[in-house]
Structures are given as structure tokens and as C-alpha cells.
Design a protein around this ligand. Structure first.
Ligand code: MG
Ligand code: MG
Length: 314
């Protein structure tokens, strides 16, 4: 399927069966980013990495149930943040509230202390990413009061009893301009349509194509520099899960079989897909400095179809 001369889908299937949740080998290393995983660069030196199929660890029903526990804590944290999202609130306060919820549940934060991918920059200092307006992902919480008309993307993840959950939401602060509300609605709907489509699509490329087409049809842009990811005992596992159909995806498509667990996280921008990382080594912003939104859920494929693990209630 897809690109000429690529590894066949049949081979990928065999590989993923071999590497089910029992007896897994160590995973390949990823760029050190925790959300909106940075795509592997296309540089020549990376071509060998790209040409090997992803090693997907399938999860048993018991393991998915454990991931649901982590997902429930993440959902509770984001629900608390949603209640706090009013003018005058600060992202530092939101960070403290989430840290408290994690402590209450003996959950280990996944973002705090994550090493920067930029040489010489400090590790991530917080348990949430808080990305305001033109900031796409990886924003650092601070004491600036949020203002009416802002939007803030809050992304967080934790580990409970050895299993991870990862989710993000973009919240309006008070009333926002209609085009910004539309950006939030379209990004949220892109995530929802992807989850629904997982129930009837056999391969992720079919889902990614629907996501990409929907965003374009609404006049917005899919940020391509960051993608979703497999998740399990590690926050970032294979495969990379793009929100668009990439060359790499065509080459090694992802079979949506029971036991696969993915963090699906569309990032959608109002005016451009181009982004850059700021001098703090973390914050990613749109190059045109117009707003961007980000929604994410951890989703397991089961014999009964997709199941969201980061909802507050089943
Ligand atoms: Mg995340
Ligand atoms: Mg993620």
C-alpha cells in the first residue's frame, strides 16, 4: 500500500504480531519531546530509521484497563483545568492544580523533568504544557494572567502503576472571536472524527486522510512538524501517528488492530502550518503568530472498536 518499493503491509503486520505485549524488544529511541512528538527529520542520515517498520507493542485487555486508570487521572486533571479557565487565571495555578491531582492519585507526571531536545536548554519544568494563542505546543506555565479572548492549550500526561495516559484540550478564556471559536471547534471535531473513523478504517492512513481533508475544507492548516504516537508503559512508543498522510506513513501504514493504543493529537493553525521553537528551547509557535489549537486523547482499539481512555467517564 502506498509508496513504491516500500516494505509491504504484510511484513509490517507480521512484525507487529511478533512484537505483541509479551516478550518485547527495546524500542528505537525518539527525539526527546513529550507531546506532539517531533517528526523524524527527513535528512539523509535518517533514511535508514525511516525505512525500518515501526515496532508496535500491542496491549492486552488487562493492560488497556490499567491504561484507563492513568487516563482517568489525566481526564480529572484536565477537567479541573477547564473549571479554572477564566480571565485572571494563570497557567502556573493550573500547573499546581494538576500536580496536586497527580499527587492525590499516586500518579507520576510524565512531562516534569523531560530533557530538552535543544542542546544546552533546561529540562521541562512543569507537569503541564500551557500554550497560549500563537503557541502551538510545549509552552511553559507562567504567572501572566490569562485575558478574555485568549485561548490556552493544556497538555498533560501521567503514569499510574506503570502505565501512561496523555491528553490535551484547548480552552477559550471568556468570549473569543468567532474565527477562533471555529478553530477550537474544528480541531476538536478533527479528533472526534478520527476516533470515530478508527472503528471503520483498517489503516491509519485512511483516518489521517479524513483529518487532513476536514481541516483543509474548513480553511485551516494541519501542523505537520509534530505528530501523535503510540503509548503504553512509555509515553512515546512506536508508531508515529501523523494527522496527515505522509510519505513515511504510506511506506509503513499502521494497521488498526485490537490492542493498538495511540495518542491522537491534531494540531491545527489558523493561518499557516509553519512553526518554530522559541529561545526557551520548548515553546513552539506559529511562524505567522496567529492562533493554533491542540486536542488529544489516548485511544485503544478493542474488538468492539475504538475506546477513549482519557475521558472522565465511560
Ligand atoms: Mg499530550
Ligand atoms: Mg501526546
Amino acid at each position: 500500500m502506498g509508496g513504491s518499493g516500500g516494505v509491504s503491509v504484510r511484513q509490517s503486520e507480521e512484525r507487529s504480531v511478533v512484537s505483541s505485549h509479551r516478550g518485547m524488544v527495546s524500542r528505537p529511541s525518539f527525539p526527546p519531546l513529550f507531546s506532539g512528538l517531533a517528526r523524524r527529520p527527513k535528512a539523509a542520515g535518517e533514511s535508514r530509521v525511516e525505512s525500518s517498520p515501526p515496532v508496535i507493542k500491542l496491549k492486552s485487555p488487562r493492560e488497556i484497563a490499567m491504561m484507563r486508570e492513568a487516563g482517568r487521572v489525566v481526564a480529572k486533571a484536565l477537567d479541573r483545568v477547564r473549571q479554572m479557565a477564566v480571565p485572571g487565571a494563570t497557567t502556573a495555578d493550573m500547573n499546581e492544580a494538576v500536580a496536586a491531582i497527580f499527587r492525590e492519585h499516586d500518579a507520576t507526571p510524565l512531562f516534569l523533568g523531560y530533557p530538552s531536545s535543544v542542546k544546552g536548554k533546561p529540562a521541562f519544568p512543569a507537569v503541564i504544557c500551557a500554550s497560549v494563542n500563537e503557541h502551538v505546543v510545549h509552552g511553559i506555565p507562567n504567572r501572566r494572567p490569562l485575558e478574555e479572548g485568549d485561548i490556552v492549550s493544556i497538555d498533560t500526561g501521567c503514569k499510574v502503576n506503570g502505565w501512561c495516559g496523555d491528553s490535551a484540550v484547548t480552552l477559550p478564556i471568556g468570549a473569543v472571536r468567532p474565527e477562533i471559536q471555529k478553530l477550537l471547534d474544528v480541531t476538536s471535531e478533527t479528533l472526534d472524527l478520527a476516533i470515530r473513523a478508527m472503528g471503520r478504517c483498517r489503516y491509519w492512513s485512511e483516518v489521517a486522510s479524513l483529518m487532513e481533508r476536514f481541516v483543509k475544507s474548513q480553511g485551516f492548516y494541519v501542523v505537520e512538524q509534530f505528530v501523535g504516537h503510540g503509548i503504553g508503559q512509555d509515553m512515546h512508543e512506536d508508531p508515529q501517528v501523523p494527522n496527515f498522510v505522509s510519505r513515511a506513513l504510506r511506506k509503513h501504514d499502521i494497521k488498526l488492530e485490537p490492542g493498538i493504543v495511540l495518542a491522537i493529537e491534531p494540531m491545527v493553525a489558523l493561518g499557516t502550518k509553519e512553526v518554530r521553537t522559541l529561545g526557551d528551547g520548548w515553546t513552539v509557535e506559529t511562524k505567522d503568530r496567529r492562533p493554533s489549537a491542540h486536542f488529544e486523547h489516548t485511544v485503544a482499539m478493542t474488538p468492539d472498536g475504538p475506546r477513549v481512555l482519557t475521558y472522565l467517564e465511560d
